[in-house]
Design a binder for this molecule. Structure first.
Ligand SMILES: Cc1cc2nc3c(=O)[nH]c(=O)nc-3n(C[C@H](O)[C@H](O)[C@H](O)COP(=O)(O)OP(=O)(O)OC[C@H]3O[C@@H](n4cnc5c(N)ncnc54)[C@H](O)[C@@H]3O)c2cc1C
Length: 385
């Protein structure tokens, strides 16, 4: 075998895993194959300080292009500043840093056509052999999962004048409610440059980029921000999990191929964000001793099943948002109520480590939706309900 492990796809999950593997286990022979000319695609990934462990921050910090000490949320009833650091990683930095360290371990501009237990065939016919294969080619539609979506269009804009917004606004839900739960997300890059993202928690995945861009322009205008240029446009449709059968992914994967990132459904089921989990996965893969195909397959399957089990509470909350909250006011109230809770609880929720007490706190008190409708949402949903 030429390699111990072949990483298929050089997106977020596989790039971080390969980077960390190289740092901790230089003895492991691996190759990362990416169809594009750069690693990581073209994304802006954000995360809270508390989403990853202090030890992970140590190796992750070269990737961070911007950092703020605080963040804000805006709701009809209140505004709140959270004393929680907020970080941003951009794809170009991921490519620069990981590309430098990985060097000869990276094959860019090569599309994988066929995967088997120990063999990869590229579209140009090249055959590569490896003890194990880790497929991180991103999200694959799956009819056995019950989904809703977090979808957004973001405009990076240069303003004519300074905007006076000195910290990220991770949720401004004071905007008119359209298409599910709507909020604006803002990152202030510098005194005149902003990323303004119009975001929707919606049961459907359709995204009208022109219409949403117009709404962003209107929002800027309402805030007294005059746009000089639109520097960049970013859009995304992220899956939100309401229920279903995770086993289906592994049942159909009979070839002992490991899965990572979105391909393994490794993300926060409420936000659709996968960076914190990609970091944890990178930590854990470096501790594997045996890179035989069967072992890697079982390791990644157990990892993803465990995440699924821990994400049951998020799935319940998602069902409350999409099935029990029927009016825009009810949906805004769910988030408004959540953001009145303690800072530590909010951080644990985003990090995916809510305690039993946190869960009781999130669900207790005057319910923002009808109790009867909420109770109907408790049973886990299969794709056939
Ligand atoms: C616009 C956008 C913004 C996001 N922002 C955030 C955020 O702020 N925070 C957060 O935590 N999450 C965010 N996410 C969600 C999630 O973190 C990303 O989708 C993340 O990139 C998923 O990582 P991944 O490695 O699973 O898949 P991807 O990053 O999609 O990687 C898959 C890789 O496989 C490659 N590939 C596919 N097919 C082949 C093939 N046949 N041969 C070779 N290579 C192939 C692709 O080119 C790609 O590079 C965002 C998503 C989007 C779309």
């Amino acid at each position: 075998m030429e390699y111990d492990i072949a990483f298929i796809g050089g997106g977020l999950a596989n790039s971080l895993a390969a980077y960390r593997l190289k740092q901790i286990r230089p003895d492991v022979k691996f190759l990362i194959i990416e169809k594009n000319r750069t690693l990581g695609g073209d994304h802006t990934w954000s995360f809270h300080d508390t989403d990853v462990s202090p030890a992970s921050h140590d190796w992750l910090h070269p990737f961070v292009v911007a950092k703020w000490a605080q963040q804000e949320v805006h709701f009809p009833a209140f505004r709140r500043t959270l004393d929680v650091g907020y970080n941003v990683i951009k794809s170009h930095r991921l490519h620069e840093i990981a590309g430098d360290v990985l060097e000869e371990n990276v094959l860019l501009g090569k599309t994988v056509e066929h995967l088997a237990r120990n063999q990869i065939i590229l579209s140009d016919g090249t055959q590569i052999n490896a003890h194990s294969v880790l497929d991180g080619r991103g999200w694959k539609p799956n009819s056995e999962l019950v989904l809703a979506y977090q979808k957004f269009v973001g405009l990076e804009v240069e303003l004519k004048n300074p905007h006076q917004q000195n910290k990220p606004v991770i949720m401004d839900a004071t905007v008119p409610q359209i298409d599910g739960y709507r909020f604006i997300y803002i990152l202030p890059w510098d005194e005149r440059r902003l990323l303004i993202e119009d975001t929707y928690y919606s049961p459907n995945s359709s995204l009208d980029q022109d219409q949403i861009s117009d709404r962003i322009t209107q929002y800027a205008e309402d805030n007294g921000w005059e746009i000089e240029t639109i520097v960049d446009i970013e859009k995304g449709v992220l899956p939100i999990i309401l229920g279903g059968d995770i086993q289906s992914i592994w049942r159909t994967n009979t070839n002992d191929i490991g899965l990572s990132g979105l391909a393994a459904v490794n993300f926060n089921f409420t936000t659709g964000y996968s960076l914190p989990d990609a970091v944890r996965f990178a930590e854990s893969i470096s501790s594997i001793e045996n890179f035989e195909a069967k072992h890697l397959h079982e390791f990644t399957r157990d990892y993803s099943m465990d995440l699924w089990k821990r994400g049951q509470f998020n799935q319940l909350l998602n069902r409350l948002l999409f099935k029990a909250a029927l009016t825009p006011e009810e949906r805004v109230n769910i988030f408004q109520r959540f953001y009145r809770l303690s800072e530590n609880l909010i951080c644990r929720f985003y990090a995916g480590i809510s305690t039993h007490y946190d869960k009781i706190r999130i669900l207790s008190g005057k319910p923002p939706v009808s109790l009867l409708r909420a109770i109907r949402c408790i049973p886990s949903q299969s794709a056939y309900d």
